[in-house]
Design a protein around this ligand. Structure first.
Ligand SMILES: CC(C)(COP(=O)(O)OP(=O)(O)OC[C@H]1O[C@@H](n2cnc3c(N)ncnc32)[C@H](O)[C@@H]1OP(=O)(O)O)[C@@H](O)C(=O)NCCC(=O)NCCS
Length: 181
């Protein structure tokens, strides 16, 4: 099972000790602002178990992110296959951090490690990212890692409830435009 290391972060498999802080951040309405609602402890536990099972099965996925200096768990970043219900296919990058970990460049730093893994180890032809049109902070991460939006790709995300979260954007980074930092 792969672990990725950056200057400040470790992207690793999920541990029992991640479950309480993972549940706490998913009970925070600000963290869940661009999702249908907050998660219960049971839902948060189940999602962490799914993420870990996927990493165990295929060697990569939504890795737990730890700050190396403090050992603190701050959320996840990683790669996953786009869900079947989406109107396109591919591998997407994604991130979700606890509010206390925003504003430090951690999502961008972790996402760059995920891109390097995706292009160098998995030899992917392209990595994309998807979010609600209104999720400006996530789109800023996408732009910082070199992804670009083609408005022709904008779509209504069928996994989101009807309403403002549905109109969504796709940012893409083809292998040929990837620049290691
Ligand atoms: C999306 C999300 C991870 C973005 O977090 P973020 O803190 O804005 O992004 P980064 O971790 O890349 O940090 C960038 C910020 O850190 C600042 N920063 C501070 N120290 C830094 C450093 N050493 N290096 C780089 N940036 C640094 C940058 O200036 C930037 O601040 P700005 O936005 O005020 O310009 C966060 O908003 C989140 O978890 N949201 C909830 C979940 C979610 O919506 N996920 C996406 C679903 S698609």
């Amino acid at each position: 099972m792969s672990e990725l290391r950056t200057e400040r972060l470790l992207l690793r498999g999920w541990r029992e000790s991640d479950l309480a802080p993972w549940a706490a951040m998913n009970a925070d309405p600000e963290v869940r602002r661009y999702f249908p609602g907050v998660l219960t402890r049971e839902q948060a536990d189940a999602s962490a178990a799914r993420f870990q099972a996927e990493i165990h099965r295929r060697g990569w996925g939504w890795w737990a992110v730890e700050v190396i200096d403090s050992g603190e768990f701050i959320g996840f970043t990683g790669l996953d296959a786009v869900e079947d219900v989406m109107p396109f296919t591919g591998v997407e990058a994604g991130w979700r951090l606890a509010r206390s970990a925003w504003g430090h460049g951690y999502a961008t730093e972790a996402a760059r490690a995920a891109l390097e893994f995706g292009f160098d180890t998995l030899a992917l032809p392209e990595i994309l990212a998807v979010t609600s049109v209104t999720n400006v902070p996530s789109q800023a991460v996408m732009r910082r890692i070199g992804m670009t939006r083609d408005r022709a790709d904008d779509f209504d995300d069928p996994t989101m409830p009807l309403g403002p979260l549905r109109p969504s954007v796709v940012y893409r980074l083809p292998r040929g435009r990837y620049q290691r930092t």
